[in-house]
Design a protein around this ligand. Structure first.
Ligand code: GDP
Ligand code: FE
Ligand code: FE
Length: 207
């Protein structure tokens, strides 16, 4: 366990303990424990890759804040904020990050756009991701509670090269979605095109 950090930079008006209390109320216990592990993993990666630790903590804790909200909440936000209508064709898997970031902003008071974008991008990735967004995307995938074929490889590659980890996860997720005939959100394809061919050689050597 990484030592708990004391918030200094006021990415939100709550302190870490208050934020954690809000999350514990918003989430079921297993999801709450997941966000605590994502926070710790994000802080570890942030140390290695020179990303702001407090931003990594806030992003890690808040990334799944909206996961347990009913569909109506997301549909209301999509309409009220005039977000892309294309979002209505998807569901909780896409909404809890892309639309959930709006609830993180409005209900938890996180105003920092880099943190909000990292939350928006945490499920699908994006063609351009800041180091913070890459850290969150990988922390969510490799946190110690994750157990699926390939997770050890993902941990190893992420430790060696953050961008390679992003490419590995993106390729695995797209393959999984296609093999299971799931709808692919266009941004997921953009992420694939931006990251996977770039790491073609390394992915081949590490397949
Ligand atoms: P979690 O919220 O911690 O469970 O993790 P994520 O937010 O990363 O992922 C939620 C789910 O979204 C996972 O099951 C992913 O496989 C799925 N997912 C990722 N990209 C897409 C996509 O483009 N389309 C669909 N339908 N699902 C996706
Ligand atoms: Fe998520
Ligand atoms: Fe998550």
């Amino acid at each position: 366990m990484v030592k708990e950090i004391e918030y200094q930079k006021h990415y939100l008006s709550l302190n870490r303990a208050e934020l954690i209390a809000r999350l514990e109320r918003a989430l079921k216990p297993s999801r709450f424990k997941h966000v605590l592990r994502v926070e710790q993993t994000a802080i570890k990666l942030a140390k290695q890759y020179d990303v702001d630790l407090e931003a990594a903590s806030v992003a890690g804790l808040c990334h799944d804040y909206a996961k347990q909200r009913p569909d109506e909440d997301f549909i209301t936000v999509i309409k009220a904020k005039k977000l892309s209508k294309e979002l209505l064709d998807y569901g909780n898997a896409i909404w809890h990050g892309v639309v959930g970031a709006e609830l993180v902003k409005d209900e938890l008071g996180v105003q920092n756009e880099e943190i909000l974008n990292a939350i928006r991008q945490h499920t699908t990735g994006a063609a351009y991701m800041t180091p913070l967004a890459q850290v969150l995307y990988m922390a969510d995938y490799i946190e110690p509670g994750r157990d699926f074929p390939g997770v050890e490889k993902a941990r190893q590659l992420t430790k060696a090269d953050l961008g390679l980890g992003v490419a590995y996860q993106t390729q695995a997720t797209l393959t999984y979605l296609a093999e299971n005939s799931k709808p692919i959100y266009p941004k997921t394809l953009e992420t694939y095109n931006a990251w996977v061919p770039k790491y073609r050689k390394e992915l081949k050597n590490n397949g």
